[in-house]
Design a protein around this ligand. Structure first.
Ligand code: SF4
Length: 436
């Protein structure tokens, strides 16, 4: 390999003669669009809709108030669809009451029912439940075997057709259709060059989803009202399967790494898997399946999902705070404290600001620890502060829209900077509201 000699700066005429480095952005999505409706509200999924965030409760659905409160928390955190377990007659009977409670609390979020094994019975025997839910999740791996399974699957889809509900056909690695898997294994044994075992598993997942979607269409379900998912627990497997799924169908896809795990592991694994696929234009809704740490709020899975979409530039939910990691040039913790204070402040204000200051979610704030990258990064942000590193003069220049506008000194830099951020938001984003 030979090095390419770049022209020197003195050679201005030829400085930009090469190919520019291409910008990157997530590829466009090209799926059908489902309508998830309740009352007079509709959330569209797929097609030109933004990638939606979903979450799932971990309360006992029979506990109406407890479940409604958790749905509310998840919705306020940013979940646009919330799934609840519907596993018993008592749970099915509770569903309409949960919907009523949410309506009374003014929580505009659709409820998705998660059915396994007995969904055919619950949906047919509890019509109020079938009606109150806005979408059904069916796992084709556990609807029953053979003809009985086909009949039970059809029963659930008939209910979806009757009430015009979309259905997610959600295949899981852990509950794969064993008959289909056996048939594929038998077919593989007859091949002169058999596929790898993993490739057979991938094929079984994708086929189970697509064949079930065809069965649902045969029953009469509108193809736009079908969503698919093939969840797996290993990052590379998930990427492989979703690429295959996206190549073979145009249904809206729900994306998630199942059983991602707890804390940092679950967060990083989900971000790694989902980011690769979302960048390729694959995925119309996402869920981050985090196991909550003891005492951790269920809403953490929503926080992570929002951050994944915002990091990729797919959506903006909260102003972003750029902060340096700190190093030996700044031994003080001032910039850490200030970063946390500003971040907490912006997040806490967003439920109000979203209405009052349209566009504020796209704002960029920089909090930097010293002069090395502080001024440069602050100039790239809408508003930024460069704090003094060790040995630097005890002053903190503030930059607004790329210009240095003032310098803060003294003991209350944090408080003064927060006030400046508030004034900036009022001035820049308040104008849009005032004009209406
Ligand atoms: S901006 Fe300064 S303090 Fe922050 S990481 Fe860079 S060199 Fe270290």
């Amino acid at each position: 390999m030979t090095d390419t000699l770049l022209p020197t700066l003195a050679d201005a005429a030829t400085l930009l003669d090469g190919e520019p480095i291409a910008e990157v952005a997530p590829a466009a999505r090209r799926t059908r669009q489902a309508r998830v409706a309740w009352g007079s509200h509709v959330v569209t999924v797929g097609g030109d809709a933004p990638v939606r965030v979903q979450a799932m409760t971990n309360t006992d659905t029979v506990q109406v108030i407890e479940t409604a409160i958790q749905v509310k928390e998840l919705a306020l955190a940013g979940s646009e669809l919330v799934r609840i377990t519907v596993n018993t007659p008592e749970a099915a009977a509770a569903v309409p009451h949960i919907r009523d409670q949410l309506d009374r609390m003014g929580i505009d979020v659709p409820l998705v029912g998660d059915f396994h094994y007995n969904g055919h019975r619950l949906l047919t025997e509890y019509p109020a439940c079938a009606e109150a839910l806005s979408k059904y999740r069916i796992n084709p791996g556990n609807v029953g075997r053979g003809e009985k399974g086909d009949r039970q699957f059809a029963q659930m889809v008939e209910v979806a057709c009757r009430y015009d509900k979309p259905v997610r056909i959600g295949v899981n690695w852990g509950s794969l259709d064993q008959e289909l898997l056996k048939a594929l294994m038998d077919a593989n044994a007859k091949r002169s060059q058999p596929w790898e075992l993993k490739q057979i598993m991938y094929e079984a997942l994708v086929r189970s989803a697509i064949d079930s979607a065809q069965s649902a269409r045969d029953v009469g379900l509108d193809p736009n009202q079908i969503l698919l998912s093939c969840k797996m627990s290993a990052v590379q497997d998930l990427i492989a399967v979703y690429r295959g799924l996206a190549r073979r169908c145009d249904y809206a896809l729900h994306l998630g790494l199942t059983e991602a795990g707890m804390g940092t592991k679950g967060t990083v694994a989900s971000a790694a898997a989902l980011s690769v696929l979302l960048q390729e234009g694959i995925g119309d809704t996402i869920r981050v399946s985090l196991t909550p740490q003891p005492g951790e709020a269920r809403t953490q899975e929503v926080v992570v999902a929002l951050e994944i979409l915002q990091s990729l530039g797919l959506r903006h939910f909260n102003p972003s705070v750029t902060a340096c990691p700190g190093c030996g040039r700044t031994t003080s913790t001032v910039f850490q404290d200030l970063t946390k204070q500003i971040d907490d402040f912006l997040r806490s204000q967003m439920p109000v600001w979203r209405e009052r200051f349209p566009g504020v979610e796209g704002m960029k704030v920089a909090v930097m620890g010293c002069i090395v990258n502080g001024p440069g990064e602050s100039k790239h942000a809408d508003i930024g502060i460069s704090l003094p590193g060790t040995g630097e003069a005890p002053s903190a220049p503030v930059y607004i829209d790329g210009e240095r506008v003032l310098t803060l000194r003294g003991d209350n830099i944090a408080g003064e900077f927060q006030a400046i951020v508030e004034q900036y938001i009022e001035r820049r984003y308040g104008a849009a509201t005032a004009a209406h």
